[in-house]
Design a protein around this ligand. Sequence first.
Ligand code: ADP
Length: 311
Amino acid sequence: MSKALSISGLHKTYGNGVQAVKGIDLDIEEGDFFALLGANGAGKSTTINIICSLTNKSEGEIKIFDHDLVSDMELAKAKIGLVPQEFNFNIFEPIREIIINQGGYYGIPRDVCTERANDLLKALGLWDKRHEQARNLSGGMKRRLMIARALVHNPRLLILDEPTAGVDIEIRRSMWEFIKKINAAGTTIILTTHYLEEAEKLCRNIAIIDKGEIIEHTSMKELLSRLDTETIVMNTKDPVKKLPVSEDFVVSKVDETTLEVTMHQSRSLNVIFHHFSKHNIRVSSIQNRSNRLEQLFMKLVDNNKNKGDTT
Ligand code: ADP
């Protein structure tokens, strides 16, 4: 299978000195439904804007279906459809015209664009509104218009930058049904989001970006499997000199009298108590830590922060 996107050594420093992207390497397979997850300011939009030639990179190489974004720009760009965060169409233009005119930028004949626009308007539930000016659409409809416009030239890679911000649940659901359908038909999808739940439900693979660096790149399944473990914080009566080692759980020291113990959820706490008592560790209190994806995300970001502190 070919790669939809290949990024190597990508750097971006803005004119004001902000290093928004610091050496990103990322490969996304054709047909993937991929999440680029990160907190606000992590570098998601900068990365997407570089891929879509809206911002210049400082360093690095990008290939879209093997077309180099610099030396083979036209072909590379024709393969990408972008749904940006902000509505950026002419609000006084009828919506079918907006879609058709976008096709013109890619040199597609008007009759071909019209047919394609008709199909997209129907598929996205906007057919009845086709002659309306964009300003008369609801927020959810405007979002769907953005998707239709991004797809008019039949891109093989669709990038959605925070697509559900401000979209209500019902519209969100139907929007995702549509996106899932085109993914099943072969279009590669990249979704940037800070909604973990959305990424969890939809995406097969995931990269987490923090302060311009990829700190995790794995399958959603693998990431979620880590949630089968539970972390418990234990306070001990006396300072712990030597950490107990066990095959059943992993212990790390927070401070002299605080331990973090991670074990599979199916295991009983008694296993820990039994082992601790053998090592003369007396527990004074325990706190259960929840095991949501959110926590895993925070932990990954925290680890990255600590790494940054020591270097
Ligand atoms: P995200 O999309 O993950 O919220 P961005 O890529 O927008 O993150 O921003 C990454 C960093 O780059 C932030 O510190 C942001 O303030 C900075 N930044 C983004 N755009 C610009 C710009 N045009 N000029 C200067 N700094 C920018």
